[in-house]
Design a protein around this ligand. Structure first.
Ligand code: DGP
Length: 118
């Protein structure tokens, strides 16, 4: 059973207590469309367990990280952006713009992206 926090928005989405457009779910991972999309494909991939950010990952999360990256590649194909290219990014802390303190990976695709990001 996942360890979740009732006051955490993304825990609530993972537990289906707060609505979101969920596009993929497994025992450990949930993926849903970002409420404020920055690209034609903008999906958030989260662990069901509450992990605050990538800074809190340990070796014990290797399997979880595999699930997240496998989900990203699967969804990129499903969204039709596997060939054109996609970006997977996670923000950590205020300077990076992390606004929700529950680990999430942004899967972005469907348009040309610039580098470095702003
Ligand atoms: P970040 O800035 O990296 O912490 O990204 C948080 C993202 O979460 C941001 O792109 C908007 C999205 N978001 C915030 N609240 C909600 C919500 O209630 N539902 C959905 N689907 N996305 C949300």
């Amino acid at each position: 059973m996942a360890e979740t926090y009732s006051e955490c928005l993304f825990c609530q989405i993972g537990q289906r207590e707060t609505p979101a457009e969920i596009v993929h779910a497994s025992d450990a991972v949930v993926a849903f469309r970002d409420i404020n999309p920055q690209a034609p494909t903008h999906i958030l991939i989260i662990p069901k367990d509450h992990i605050e950010s990538a800074a809190d990952l340990t070796k014990d999360h290797r399997g979880l990280l595999w699930d997240i990256f496998e989900t990203a590649a699967h969804l990129a194909k499903a969204e039709g952006v596997a060939q054109s290219g996609w970006r997977l990014v996670t923000n950590v802390g205020p300077n990076a713009g992390q606004s929700v303190p529950h680990l999430h990976f942004h899967l972005l695709g469907g348009r040309t992206m610039r580098w470095p990001p702003g």
